[in-house]
Design a protein around this ligand. Structure first.
Ligand SMILES: *Cc1c(COP(=O)(O)O)cnc(C)c1O
Length: 523
């Protein structure tokens, strides 16, 4: 008999996986198999009753549609069920710990949602006169104040839509600053080998070429290599701190000194700010620009809710080049500086049409205010504590990539412990799905062989961390005990089995056609 960990039986005596018959419908338990919406029915039923329009079709002349419109036709409950069934095939932070590293998938407090739904925030229109949305603009000003205070930086651009968009904003400000000095010879951006892919991609997008900085044995920027690669052609260095190996760059002051001495700016990738918020102010480290992924550090949802927000804090040197808009306050209330004139004459332009993502601003500020400044400090401490707990529990069996000393907010393992088992990092990750856990980040950072990067965040209790570690240790035992089948065929319990993820990413099927078989993306 199988038991849950509180001793309650989960299966009848004698039933085993092997004797379980395949279902006749493709359903699983109470979860039904689901077709694509276009396959569910034609335009013969709809969720709403609409009167026939009394339009005179002749007004449209040749433009009158001759063929069926091709929309799916579903009754209201069918439409609802379709999307609920699809949602049940997704993993979610509200189902279990999400161990992805370099992503900070943390709980989205419901208080944030309640605040974001207040009509004064959710029902405002970006073209409304500013005098009618003073509260919303004040909220942007408050958020800007918190971000500047927490980072020790004098300016912030709120409008970028995510981390990568923030990198673009930062590099455009750096580009504008060099241009303003007449320094057009700086064509290179330096990135460490462990950099997130968006760093070199952003630099290339702005028109820079990328030069790689080597890494030391212990996972940090190689200072000698950095020094050798800095020169009059370097516009900026982009360094993530804590870095993507989950380690604090202990030479960060020297890194920034060297960059500035060479006339370059220091762009810090702030995706891992969660690990140091309230404890370290990037402004004190000599950072010139840093994005803050509100969905990683300040608990706004990842994806799903539309565009995110990746505000960029800027140093004194870069502040004049910040993109419009920004908020100023005076005796007549709050005002958005919208145009590239007067105080914004040096702005490099705009990142988006309006003012950024109001819903995310409200959620992030709710999170900050509900924690307070002391609570945010504890957030960083607990995130680091949780990652070190995982590292400590797993390191007897799995091999940490950098065993020396503690890690920051994420624990990084390599695949040397799987040697001789016939099981790869990918196989191991797929077997985690069968056990009810989303895999950790795999094969990133690239500098670590078969990398497995685990980030629990501060929102997980010891009970949840133990449940996760117990599952990994059980799987590791199976791998080392020669139970390769469990891994090679995994996932056995997911709605679809092992997919060709490369093909799905490289040749995505973005449009449904009625041709049989044409819609299978990666099976
Ligand atoms: C997530 C991440 C990014 C990109 O941020 P998005 O918000 O996903 O665009 C950049 N760098 C690092 C280190 C990251 O973890």
């Amino acid at each position: 008999m199988s038991m849950v960990n509180v001793g309650r039986p989960t299966r009848p005596e004698g039933s085993t996986t092997e004797t379980r018959p395949a279902t006749l419908t493709g359903g699983r338990g109470l979860l039904q198999d689901e077709a694509l919406i276009f396959e569910l029915g034609g335009w013969d039923k709809t969720g709403v009753d609409m009167p026939q329009p009394a339009l005179d079709a002749s007004d449209l002349g040749d433009l009158v549609r001759k063929d069926p419109i091709g929309l799916p036709g579903l009754s209201e409950p069918e439409a609802m069920r379709h999307y609920v069934r699809l949602s049940q095939k997704n993993h979610a932070i509200d189902l279990a710990l999400y161990p992805l590293g370099s992503c900070t998938m943390k709980h989205n407090p419901r208080l944030n949602e309640k605040m974001a739904r207040l009509p004064g925030f959710s029902d405002v229109h970006p073209l409304q006169p500013q005098s009618t949305v003073q509260g919303a603009i004040e909220l942007m000003d408050r958020l800007a104040h918190w971000l500047k205070t927490l980072t020790g930086m004098p300016a912030v651009a709120l409008s970028p839509k995510a981390g990568a968009n923030g990198e673009l904003c930062g590099l455009l400000a750096i580009h504008a600053a060099h241009d303003a000095k007449g320094d057009h010879a700086r064509r290179v951006v330096l990135c460490p080998t462990s950099a997130h892919g968006t760093n070199p991609a952003t630099a290339a997008f702005v028109g820079y070429s990328v030069r790689e900085i080597a890494q030391t044995e212990d996972g940090r920027v190689d200072l000698k290599d950095l020094e050798a690669k800095l020169g009059p052609d370097v516009a900026a260095i982009m360094v993530t701190n804590p870095n993507t190996c989950g380690l604090f760059e202990r030479d960060i002051m020297e890194i920034s000194r060297l960059a500035h001495a060479a006339g370059a700016y220091f762009y810090c990738d702030g995706a891992n700010f969660n690990a140091i918020v309230g404890r370290v102010r990037p402004g004190d480290l000599g950072v010139d620009a840093m994005h803050i992924n509100l969905h990683k550090t300040f608990s706004t949802p990842h994806g799903g809710g539309g565009p995110g927000a990746g505000p960029v804090v800027l140093s004194e040197a870069l502040a004049p080049f910040a993109p419009a808009p920004w908020v100023v306050s005076g005796s007549d209330g709050y005002k958005l500086v919208e145009f590239e004139e007067a105080e914004a004459a040096d702005a490099f332009g705009r990142m988006c049409a309006f003012h950024g993502q109001m819903g995310m601003y409200v959620r992030a500020l709710s999170y900050m205010m509900s924690h307070g400044s002391d609570g945010l400090k504890q957030v960083a401490e607990d995130a680091v504590l949780n990652a070190n707990y995982i590292k400590a529990r797993l390191q007897g069996v799995m091999s940490p990539a950098f065993p020396e000393g503690p890690c920051m907010h994420e624990a990084l393992f390599d695949d040397s412990w799987l040697e001789g088992t016939g099981v790869t990092t990918l196989d191991f990750a797929k077997a985690m799905i069968d056990e009810g856990f989303h895999p950790m980040t795999m094969y990133f950072p690239l500098v670590v062989h078969g990398a497995m990067l685990i980030e629990p965040t501060e929102t997980e209790s010891k009970f949840e961390l133990d449940r996760f570690c117990d599952a990994l240790l059980a799987l590791a035992g199976a791998a080392k005990g020669g139970d390769t089948e469990r891994f090679k065929g995994a996932p056995f319990y997911a709605p679809l089995r092992r997919l060709d993820e490369t093909r799905a990413a490289r040749q995505p099927k973005l449009r449904w056609t009625s041709e049989p078989g044409a819609n299978l993306a990666a099976e």
